[in-house]
Design a protein around this ligand. Structure first.
Ligand SMILES: C[S@@+](CC[C@H](N)C(=O)[O-])C[C@H]1O[C@@H](n2cnc3c(N)ncnc32)[C@H](O)[C@@H]1O
Length: 199
């Protein structure tokens, strides 16, 4: 449900980058909206999950790539029309499915995750063409991982604004995005923000 809601916010476009893509659920969904999807994943063993899922679903316009989305690659500067950063997070929106998560996450983990989330978002912003849209999403209900990261990004980024968006699945509007809560969004908590690069 989370994947469908997040992908419903994405505008159809030409070249799309899914910056944190494995196992590939959103890349495959977005392949129906975009001409081509580059599906990036840090861990080599997880890149093969994207490839096998794409093959199983019969999509021919998704290419899986092993890459660290927090590190700048000049070859990709100003390349993509749309980018999704579905960043690694605490997963605290999925506690109903994974009850042990609430016990395992400590403050230190969250600080480390926050650094990675912001680094991925700030780096991928450099890969977007002017006028394009950068989407930031998590499966968390913690403001610090959601609006908190978007706020830090917007404070430092030049030429980006949060754009209002909507979704048919019940949600709460936050300062920068949409927060879905487990009690109203079929048991899952997740977040998405839409950030436009000025043309
Ligand atoms: C929330 S999951 C993505 C789920 C995926 N978007 C989907 O819908 O199937 C986050 C993914 O990002 C990967 N990841 C973590 N750090 C990364 C980085 N620096 N660059 C690229 N991928 C990264 C993780 O290994 C994990 O597979």
């Amino acid at each position: 449900m989370g994947s469908v809601a997040i992908c419903s916010v994405v505008e159809p476009c030409g070249e799309f980058l899914d910056a944190c893509a494995a196992p590939g659920g959103k890349s495959v969904l977005l392949s129906g909206k975009c001409d081509h999807v580059t599906a990036c994943e840090l861990h080599p063993h997880r890149v093969s999950l994207i490839e096998s899922y794409g093959k199983r679903m019969g999509v021919g316009n998704v290419d899986a790539v092993q890459k660290d989305s927090s590190l700048f690659d000049p070859a990709w500067e100003n390349t993509f029309d749309g980018i999704l950063c579905d960043v690694p997070c605490s997963g605290l929106g999925t506690v109903a499915e994974n009850p042990d998560l609430a016990l395992r996450k400590c403050e230190e983990d969250l600080i480390g995750l926050g650094r990675v989330q912001l680094a991925i978002l700030a780096n991928c912003a450099r890969y977007l063409k002017k006028g394009g849209v950068l989407y930031y999403s998590t499966c968390s209900v913690l403001p610090s991982e959601n609006d908190g990261i978007v706020r830090k990004f917007l404070e430092a980024a030049v030429g980006y604004t949060a754009e209002e968006t909507d979704c048919p699945l019940p949600h709460e509007k936050t300062a920068y995005g949409l927060q879905f809560l487990p009690d109203t969004a079929y048991g899952a908590g997740f977040y998405v923000a839409k950030l436009r690069r000025k043309a």
